[in-house]
Design a protein around this ligand. Structure first.
Ligand SMILES: [Zn+2]
Length: 316
């Protein structure tokens, strides 16, 4: 292993992109892969990296090598790949497309067509930000607030979490969402907080699927329990409907639950009372591309003030 480490360390200085594979080799060796096999792999890897490719870089050859090894050795790295076999020859010749190539192209396009054309705007943004919106959205890859609502850089301070939930205020507890709220409200002084829910939310399905007696540990389970009140009110309101319909109801109910939780934050309540902050809910249905939007409105009554959900509108 010592010799292999020297070989690989020297090699990695020249080829840092293969450090991940080196880590895999080292850890595999530590749990008992035969020394000869690892040595063979390191030699094969270096041969492969030296091998010129007609259409790809050496970086791509490392990826191909990793895939070849994973494909041919289901029990670990103890088996030498047979480079000359028909199957392996095919694998060796596969040139993977690098998904980051596309991201690079998109970034350079953004720089050319947006950043450089609006240089003053972006230079001002580099000095400061003053977004009017704070957006709380789900981590779901289909629900990108900037894409569906057209926010430009600097317009929306955004936090995304599983099922777009807001936990209630806890004096001695923090989450990334409460930290983002504190900064957005107290420092950036955003004027609007918008919680964006969406159709077919896996987080809400997890909430609705939880068995009460299930005490298995799960970060998702612990997190979505923030909205257990929404599940209870959903079951009370539409418990007779099919599971999918209940989930759809809960997707919206949980938004209102989170809006109410926002009221438990003293600095949010204060800015609401001052009339410099307003709270909104939104629901993006990507099955038909519609967006529902509503707002929390403060009403006065003989018994005191209260918030109600009003001003529903549908964008479709
Ligand atoms: Zn979701």
């Amino acid at each position: 292993m010592f010799n292999i480490s020297i070989i690989m360390s020297s090699f990695l200085r020249k080829h840092p992109v293969s450090s991940m594979l080196y880590g895999a080799l080292s850890s595999r060796n530590a749990v008992g892969v035969q020394r000869r096999s690892v040595h063979t792999m390191s030699m094969t890897l270096m041969r492969q990296l030296r091998k010129p490719y007609a259409h790809g870089s050496r970086f791509k050859s490392v990826k191909t090598f990793c895939r070849t090894m994973a494909t041919n050795d289901s029990c670990g790295l103890a088996q030498e790949p047979h480079k000359d076999s028909e199957k392996n020859r095919h694998n060796w010749e596969v040139i993977d497309s690098d998904p980051f190539d596309s991201l690079k192209d998109r970034f350079l396009k953004f720089k050319k067509q947006n950043y450089l054309k609006n240089l003053n705007h972006y230079q001002n943004l580099a000095e400061d930000q003053s977004p009017k919106f704070m957006v709380i959205a789900c981590v779901d890859s289909r629900v990108c607030p900037s894409k569906i609502l057209g926010f430009e850089p600097g317009e929306a301070f955004t936090v995304r979490n599983v099922a777009n939930l807001v936990p209630p205020y806890q004096e001695h507890g923090a989450s990334e969402t409460s930290a983002a709220l504190e900064f957005a409200v107290n420092t950036l002084e955003v004027e609007n907080i918008l919680i964006v829910g969406h159709s077919r939310c896996a987080g809400i399905r997890a909430l609705m699927s939880m068995e009460p007696e299930d005490d298995s540990k799960s970060f998702i389970r612990d997190w979505v329990c923030v909205a257990k009140g929404a599940r209870l009110s959903t079951e009370a309101a539409v418990g007779n409907l099919c599971f999918d319909a209940q989930c759809t109801h809960c997707e919206k109910e949980s938004i209102n639950s989170s809006l109410l939780n926002l009221l438990t934050y003293p600095w949010i309540e204060r800015r609401l009372a001052e009339g410099v902050l307003s709270l909104h809910g939104g629901y993006y249905d990507f099955t038909n591309c519609s967006f529902n939007k509503w707002s929390m409105v403060y009403r006065k009554s003989l018994k005191g003030g209260f918030f109600s959900v009003e001003k529903y509108s549908t964008w479709s």
